[in-house]
Design a protein around this ligand. Structure first.
Ligand SMILES: CC(C)(COP(=O)(O)OP(=O)(O)OC[C@H]1O[C@@H](n2cnc3c(N)ncnc32)[C@H](O)[C@@H]1OP(=O)(O)O)[C@@H](O)C(=O)NCCC(=O)NCCS
Length: 342
């Protein structure tokens, strides 16, 4: 019988024992005794497990342990993300190697998601190394969206970031850069541009190194896209904020709106901007774009008063005829410092 409860200070030696076990590669091992030899010395890392009271709890988060017959067999934490009041980050999810694939991880996730709702979070993030196949299988099975990948010269692995929305009928998607003309055709099929070669032009700009064209996939169907320009396209923004990357063309297929895909795309674009070394990412919003406004506010983007770039907008009238107009936008930026893997 597995019980998931909040962490208590007496659990620390058992958590340190769990943290000493390997977590890369395939580490499921039914021969490891369930009562682990408790450790009186902390693991060499990570900080969240060396001193969870100071890190996870001290940051205003929650830590849960899974207990079987009086023995700690799992742990998982939730931390607020600085400057992003609606966003939570899951950390240090681990299950004892001998009790894997029995639903312990799933029970910890239920407790963590409940705590996240209690905090008023709308979205959760987590990261995992691609050398941790068990964790990748786990988050995919739990229908998290895979949003972007991060490299670092110090790592021999790639970090994979996952996203899950809590409020809606979450649709798990995989967001990745467009990889060729077959994907351009899939994008045109799902989100037609009326005979114009818009998807192709975006892919070609990516090929030229001027932009990254991200597509969101629901299995083999494209359900949304976003374009990350390498530098702001607005001269007045460049003059006052600098040549940071900028998000454009966020679009989600009508049939899957309000299911977290737009949030996954915006999060992924910000991740790609950070991966390219940017300290800031920007976005111009039309006055009536309520959906994008909700997303950027949830993800902690800041309104930049005094910046009113003018964007070109295409709208269709009731007869289906297209009109191009110049419209004034508000401007928003996201500070990317401090978002790296911990
Ligand atoms: C990832 C981890 C926490 C999963 O814990 P768990 O208790 O085994 O997970 P559950 O039994 O609740 O699994 C739920 C579902 O996830 C999927 N899953 C879990 N482990 C998997 C694996 N090794 N391969 C593929 N899918 C897996 C399965 O669909 C599983 O359901 P099923 O067993 O009915 O098929 C555990 O493997 C672990 O501690 N790994 C090492 C530490 C780690 O990588 N932590 C994550 C770092 S963020």
């Amino acid at each position: 019988m597995i019980d998931v409860r909040p962490y208590e200070p007496d659990d620390l030696p058992a958590l340190w024992a769990l943290a000493h076990l390997p977590d890369a590669g395939v580490t499921e091992d039914p021969t490891v005794p369930v009562p682990l030899r408790e450790r009186r010395v902390p693991p060499t890392g990570p900080a969240d497990l060396v001193d969870p009271a100071a890190t996870v709890l001290g940051a205003g988060g929650d830590l849960f342990v899974a207990v079987q017959d009086g023995h700690v067999v799992g742990v998982g934490g939730l931390r607020p993300v600085r400057g992003r009041p609606r966003l939570g980050r899951l950390v240090r999810i681990r299950v004892h190697p001998a009790v894997r694939r029995r639903g312990v991880g799933r029970s910890l996730m239920v407790a963590l998601e409940g705590a996240a709702r209690h905090h008023g979070f709308t979205d959760l993030l987590l990261d995992v190394g691609d050398h941790q196949p068990e964790a990748l299988g786990f988050y995919r099975a739990l229908e998290w969206s895979e949003t972007w990948r991060e490299d670092s010269p110090e790592w021999h692995w790639q970090t994979v970031w996952f996203h899950r929305s809590l409020e809606r009928d979450h649709l798990p998607v995989e967001v990745r850069p467009c990889s060729g003309e077959a994907e351009v055709a899939a994008a045109e099929h799902a989100l037609p541009t009326g005979g114009r070669a818009d998807h192709l032009a975006r892919w070609q700009r990516q090929q030229a190194g001027e932009a990254t064209y991200l597509l969101a996939w629901d299995r083999d169907q494209v359900v949304g896209h976003i374009l990350l320009e390498s530098a702001s396209v607005f001269p007045d923004v460049r003059a006052s904020v600098g040549a940071h990357p900028e998000v454009h063309l966020l679009n989600v297929a009508d049939r899957v709106r309000r299911r977290g895909v737009g949030t996954a795309l915006v999060g992924a674009a910000a991740g790609v901007a950070q991966e390219k070394g940017a300290a800031l990412v920007g976005l111009a919003l039309l006055a009536d774009d309520d959906a994008a406004l909700t997303i950027v506010q949830r993800l902690g983007w800041a309104f930049r008063p005094g910046l009113t770039p003018v964007d070109e907008v295409r709208r269709r009238d009731h007869r289906g005829a297209e009109h191009v107009a110049q419209e004034e936008c508000t401007y928003w930026t996201l500070d990317l410092a401090g978002r790296r893997r911990s």
